[in-house]
Design a protein around this ligand. Structure first.
Ligand SMILES: NC(=O)c1ccc[n+]([C@@H]2O[C@H](COP(=O)([O-])OP(=O)(O)OC[C@H]3O[C@@H](n4cnc5c(N)ncnc54)[C@H](OP(=O)(O)O)[C@@H]3O)[C@@H](O)[C@H]2O)c1
Length: 263
């Protein structure tokens, strides 16, 4: 087991990516603490993990509320003794910001993803780092998308927000890696079965004239294997990057776009 007895806190664990990562971490032996703004969605994930023989404690935590984050992380330390992995998989609804050209976008809509994604990642990373540095051990992780590195129309502040998170991964690593803490990101292409990919399609459906199936085929056609990555494949990579086997990886975002985005 790659993560045996590791203590992992996952933010946004009720979502597609956070839920898949929590399940994968637990199946590799981690004790996981799935959190999200609505207890009901994270409890579903925790119950699945426990039913499969794993260890999970769900909690309602808003990953933009510093006091709530601090209280929860302290409760994890009180129960488990330490935190080894912090994974920020927070995602906000995009319906209102996608499909609008930048010249027509209002400033609140532009600023929302920038403030939400970068701030939440900063808060969760900083609080985890304060616990990890004294142990000279730990891994801080998050997820971004190919919007960080390529121009895509009508996505508002989402691309700049993803770029900001990737910059923060590098800067956190530059400060924390000398103190034994790795910082790594994952950058998947759209994955079928997640609400994010559906939300990306809906505002463009009318203008593009594509059906839902044609939209997924169009995305898949941009990858080298001509298919989209599954949540399971992404979660397997998250497990590896969180594990001690990836001790040589820090300050970087792993390109999981399967060729859609050249390095
Ligand atoms: N899915 C993909 O194909 C894909 C590909 C590349 C990148 N990404 C990016 O990866 C991230 C996660 O994507 P996803 O598909 O897993 O999205 P998702 O299914 O919508 O999940 C996002 C999760 O974040 C939670 N959340 C929202 N606000 C929060 C807050 N303030 N504090 C804590 N949690 C909060 C949501 O809670 P509720 O459940 O309570 O609403 C939800 O569970 C997003 O940034 C997305 O853009 C996704």
């Amino acid at each position: 087991m790659l993560l045996k007895d590791k203590v992992a806190v996952i933010y946004g664990a009720g979502g597609g990516i956070g839920g898949a990562v929590a399940r994968a971490f637990a199946s590799e032996g981690a004790r996981v603490f799935p959190t999200g703004p609505r207890l009901a969605s994270v409890e579903v994930v925790a119950k699945d993990i426990v039913a499969a023989g794993g260890s999970a404690d769900a909690a309602e935590v808003d990953a933009l509320d510093e006091e709530a984050l601090e209280r929860h992380l302290q409760s994890v330390i009180d129960r488990a003794g330490r935190v080894d992995i912090s994974f920020n998989a927070v995602g906000i609804p995009t319906a209102e910001m996608l499909g609008v050209s930048l010249i027509d976008l209002d400033v609140e809509q532009f600023s929302l993803p920038l403030a939400t994604y970068a701030t939440s990642y900063f808060l969760t990373a900083r609080l985890a780092a304060r616990r990890m540095v004294p142990n000279r051990s730990g891994v801080i992780m998050t997820v971004t998308s190919l919007h960080s590195r390529t121009g895509i129309p009508s996505v508002g502040g989402y691309g700049p927000a993803m770029a900001a998170k990737e910059a923060l991964t590098r800067d956190l690593s530059a400060e924390l890696a000398p103190q034994g803490v790795r910082v790594v990101g994952l950058r998947p292409q759209g994955m079928p079965g997640t609400r994010t990919i559906k939300e990306g399609f809906e505002p463009r459906a009318k203008a593009s004239g594509m059906t839902w199936e044609q939209w997924q085929e169009m995305l898949a056609s941009k990858t080298h294997p001509r298919r989209l990555m599954t949540l399971e494949e992404m979660a397997n990579m998250a497990v590896f990057m969180a594990s001690d086997k990836a001790s040589g990886m820090t300050g970087t975002t792993v390109n999981l776009t399967m060729g859609s985005l050249d390095d």
